[in-house]
Design a protein around this ligand. Structure first.
Ligand code: NDP
Length: 340
């Protein structure tokens, strides 16, 4: 462990421990804490800080407020065809998603295309971890969930839908990480605005509007106003699609409904989560075509520099972090030590 005044450098295992211990201490079951610590530590390693360690105090608070059931055992409520329905029973989402994956993959191998609809869950993390794992088992994966109810329609000035992330992963050849993108429907995830608020930094122009609908660079005004959708009406359309898929389609809440029953403890909103798994072998995507796709992605990355493919920043950060350690703000470290 190395320190300077503002930051502290930890190994991956130390970061994982710093994530897991506060969760166990507040009564979260080992299965949940294990799944959550894995993803949070990976987010820190990948320098995806908006969904890293800083989420842990919010998760602890969400348990203390009685909102999240810390030891909820997920239940498969239907699995007759290609659709697996699971109830998280008001627990965090990552353990149910991990537990449901083998059944989802079996169904996709059997039917070609399968879906996992998870209800009544609290998803606080980045989605790339969920789809990357699925692609590592050979599946093409797509997932989405409801996010914080803070995003305006294009041209609007009040929250109309959630930050609603959408993630996609496509398997690649041996030794290569899957092609992955994972984006919120907003210009930026709400966590980025929160992190800037905490460090006293202004927002770049174009991220948000204040309560009156005027563009703002002030994080507080943005959080009281609305975050803008990415890409104007196109991002708004995708955000609405996610809201419909992870909400009404699977019999779960829209982001405004989730906000209305929230306890405002700093933890995530309750809601649904939809994950699709596609087995390429059922669609003509046998080894030859998948190898073609892999070679194409490699050539894009090589021939179009300095442009890059999504996911490559994260994967490079992961390699660096595993070799050199992970830098986290000392103030966050001290806050988490108090919870350990
Ligand atoms: P970003 O805008 O930072 O990145 C979105 C995607 O674009 C990533 O796959 C990223 O890859 C890629 N990308 C970024 N810059 C480039 C570039 N210059 N060239 C090519 N690709 C690029 O993410 P967001 O702020 O939209 O979302 C951050 C996270 O927030 C997501 O992981 C999302 O799942 C999470 N989130 C979770 C919610 C929840 O309720 N659980 C709610 C809302 C968001 P790379 O990572 O390699 O940079």
């Amino acid at each position: 462990m190395a320190t300077n005044t503002d930051n502290i450098r930890l190994s991956f295992d130390e970061v994982r421990q710093l994530a897991e211990q506060p969760l166990l201490n507040c009564g979260i079951s080992r299965e949940h804490a294990d799944a959550m610590a894995d993803v949070v530590a990976l987010a820190e390693a990948d320098e995806a800080r908006s969904h890293g360690l800083y989420r842990i105090p919010g998760c602890v608070q969400a348990v203390r407020s009685g909102k999240v059931a810390p030891r909820a055992e997920p239940e498969v409520t239907a699995s007759a065809g290609a659709v697996v329905r699971m109830d998280a029973r008001c627990g965090f989402a990552l353990y149910p998603l991990r537990a449901g994956q083998p059944l989802l993959v079996d169904k996709a191998r059997q039917f070609g295309l399968a879906a996992l609809a998870l209800n009544n869950c609290y998803h606080f993390s980045a989605l790339w971890a969920d789809v990357e794992r699925l692609a590592e088992s050979g599946m093409v994966a797509l997932s989405c969930t409801i996010g914080a109810h803070n995003v305006a329609l294009a041209g609007g000035s009040a929250p109309a839908f959630g930050t609603n992330p959408l993630a996609f992963a496509f398997p690649r050849g041996a030794g290569r990480k899957p092609f992955v993108f994972d984006l919120s429907s907003s210009v930026v995830a709400k966590g980025e605005i929160e992190l800037r608020r905490r460090s006293g930094m202004p927002l770049p122009p174009g991220w948000a509007v204040d309560r009156e609908g005027a563009l703002t660079t002030n994080p507080d005004d943005a959080l009281n106003g609305a975050i803008l959708p990415f890409g104007g009406h196109k991002g708004a359309a995708l955000g609405l699609m996610v809201e419909l898929l992870a909400g009404p389609l699977i019999g779960d809440l829209r982001s405004a409904e989730a906000l209305a029953i929230d306890t405002h403890d700093g933890g995530p909103l309750r809601g649904g989560y939809l994950m699709l798994a596609i087995d390429p072998r059922h669609f003509g995507g046998g080894p030859g075509k998948m190898e073609d796709a892999d070679a194409w992605l490699t050539s894009l990355a090589e021939q179009h520099q300095p442009a890059r493919l999504p996911g490559t920043r994260r994967h490079a950060a992961r390699q660096r972090s595993l070799a050199q350690g992970i830098c986290i703000p000392r103030v966050l470290y001290d806050q988490l030590l108090e919870l350990c």
